[in-house]
Ligand binder design. Sequence first.
Ligand code: AHM
Ligand code: MG
Length: 338
Amino acid sequence: MIINRNILTLDEFTIQQMRQFPNATGELSSLLRDIGLAAKRVNVEVNKAGLVDILGDAGSVNVQGEDVKKLDIYANNQFMGVLKHGISCAGIGSEEMDDFVVFDDEVSNNSKYVVLFDPLDGSGNIDVNVSIGTIFSIYKRVSTLGTPCTKEDFLQPGIKQVAAGYVIYGSSTMMVYATRRGVNGFTLDPSIGEFSLSHPNIKCPPDGKFYSVNHGNFFQYKEGVREYINGCQKKTKETGGPYTQRYIGSMVADVHRNLIKGGIFMYPGTLDKPKGKLRLLYEANPFAFILEVAGGKATNGEQRILEIQPTKLHERTALFIGSKNMMDELETFLNPSA
Ligand code: AHM
Ligand code: MG
């Protein structure tokens, strides 16, 4: 019998990567396997969302003052559960929880990683069958091994990420993750229930055709942002525009498309909310890491996202992220004197 060994599963791939480092402990591989397992469980519930009583609001409001959906809670508990019972994670921070959680048992206190995640991003789209996703970010602890993890472990700048990724529950379910060595995408093969390597070594095209922004907020944006958006709709020799506008309102889906096809995603600050809507630790940092490893760029309009020193867990940031040449062009509008 001929077995096609060209398609590696997520586990096979992470183990293969680990074998290239003789001193590797396998903790990162086991962490990614745990995240993959939680993602498969969430995927099952997302797929039958219309059939069971899991749609709609849970009747509570999260720390950001937003309605919590039942699937948000389910996803949060799945990711927290696998990471707590695994052997590689000392604690977690979640967009759905007020504070970080220290696992504080002997195995966890000796684990070298902490994980931050948004369990179900774009959850406002659950009820209408639009793609949603999970976003995660992995850091090596700065606190002493053998003791419980601390707040400092979670408040590290994005540049310190060891790995980051997302799962998109879409027309097919995919997990994409980046380490410093590259970005790889795995599609869930329902016939064997495994994520299988479908998009090896993803590179973000330096030029793109798409711009993604909430146009409804146009008059709330600063002048430079408005001028750039107007420019996206014009044909110029430099940009080759006009670009196509695509905005799903589900960041995982919008950035995934732009990562694969080339494009720019923006969630600028507005007059009311100068730091916009998105969270630095759960949304901006992981995507900034992935896009930079893939050759793209990410800024808050003034500073590289990955260099921002977080001051609190649920900090927000304006975000501009995407293909390198489109980002360079955008920056000439944001910082005209630079
Ligand atoms: P959420 O974490 O509460 O789901 O919010 C984040 C989502 C992003 O996925 C998306 O890009 C953005 O909110 C859309 O916001 P808006 O409707 O203001 O354009
Ligand atoms: Mg979110």
